[in-house]
Design a protein around this ligand. Structure first.
Ligand SMILES: [Zn+2]
Length: 364
């Protein structure tokens, strides 16, 4: 008997979603088929939905996905850590995959920037194997993907954001070289920023300062390790800079991380740093994110500015280990604060887009 599965189809930006059925075929020997248990709406899904960046249409959005292995190709024996994989295992997997030779992967250890890298939630649904996104009943895991088995204890709410938000923030905080006793400023307290506060603390930061304009986020950030937060909508840029500098004695913060998505935040954030401070851009994911800075200030202050996009497969392992080690310290499950079915996708995206929910989960 031929099987089919339901998928929520993204036909074009700003158009209502449609549910369609597609055939579910047996896996090839280097693929896995997963029955999705939860997928969450990431900010980048919202950028696609609103037409801020191109995404193939019609397609299935969603790349923060977990599920149960329903079929496993016989070439796939173990997960990223070397643990044996079997049908029935609950897994997460890298949001990207690539195969073939790669200069960036093999020579520079940057598989996430390999030419030809593909991401889940970024393919045409009409092409085989149809199911390559999160907002559906099934997802195929294709060759070149790192699969990671989930421990029984971790909840779906804690596990679903691991393969995008949490792993990306592990990558960003690693690149920022946060060390014991550092002072860290996080610009933007969405999912990345909240995990950023918690990971900075776990990496040994002495003080974490969170900046945002949304009141709920400022208060929840305290539960995620922020020592102090500032509502940047209520104070001037100059006051914000001097408040931060006063807290980070003697001469400003060791690290500032941009995960707010606003280019204007960069010049402001640079002025919060001490001499020799480190600035990481992690949220300017859309083109034309222009800002103006004084190169002489960067030179004289010995500032490091770097961008980070995506993550290495080892960061997914670290993301899981970080959450498992800190799930009694920080309320990770609280971030996924609403659940919707496949049929409620329009409502879910509307609420996620206008930020009335923090992370909307789709439970097929
Ligand atoms: Zn994402």
């Amino acid at each position: 008997m031929k099987r089919t599965g339901r998928a929520v189809i993204y036909d074009a930006p700003n158009k209502p979603f449609k549910i369609r059925n597609y055939p579910v075929r047996d896996v090839n020997s280097d693929e896995a088929l997963v029955k999705i248990t939860m997928a969450t709406i990431c900010r980048s899904d919202i950028h696609s939905y609103l037409g801020h960046r191109p995404n193939p249409c019609p397609g299935i959005l969603g790349h923060e996905i977990i599920g149960i292995i329903e079929q496993l190709g016989d070439q796939i024996k173990t997960d990223l850590r070397g643990a044996k994989l079997s049908v029935g295992d609950r897994v997460t997997w890298t949001e990207f995959f690539n195969s073939g030779d790669s200069y960036y992967r093999d020579i520079h250890d940057m598989p996430q920037k390999s030419p030809g890298v593909r991401k889940y939630g970024h393919d045409l649904v009409e092409d085989d194997p149809h199911f390559l996104g999160g907002f559906a009943e099934y997802c195929y895991i294709l060759p070149g993907t790192g699969i990671l088995k989930l421990p029984r204890e971790i909840t779906d709410e804690e596990a679903t954001p691991l393969n995008c938000g949490v792993a990306t923030m592990i990558s960003i905080t690693e690149a920022s070289k946060i060390g014991m006793g550092d002072t860290v400023v996080i610009q933007g307290l969405g999912l990345l920023g909240l995990y950023g506060c918690a990971i900075a603390k776990a990496r040994g930061a002495r003080m974490v300062i969170g900046l945002d304009t949304v009141h709920d986020r400022l208060s929840i950030a305290k539960e995620f390790g922020a020592d102090t937060t500032f509502d940047i909508g209520a104070i001037s840029n100059e006051d914000c800079i001097s408040n931060v500098r006063n807290l980070c004695e003697p001469d400003g913060a060791d690290v500032v991380i941009e995960v707010c998505g606003y280019a204007d935040a960069v010049p402001t954030g640079l002025r919060m740093l001490r001499t020799g401070g480190r600035y990481t851009i992690g949220g300017l994911v859309n083109p034309n994110a222009n800002f103006t800075i004084d190169g002489n200030y960067v030179l004289k202050r010995w500032l490091t500015i770097r961008g980070i996009h995506n993550y290495h497969p080892r960061h997914l392992i670290e993301a899981l280990d970080f959450v498992m080690a800190n799930r009694s310290r920080f309320p990770f499950g609280k971030i996924v604060d609403s659940k919707f079915s496949l049929d409620q996708m329009d409502e879910a995206f509307k609420k996620a887009a206008d930020r009335t929910v923090l992370r909307a989960a789709i439970v097929p």
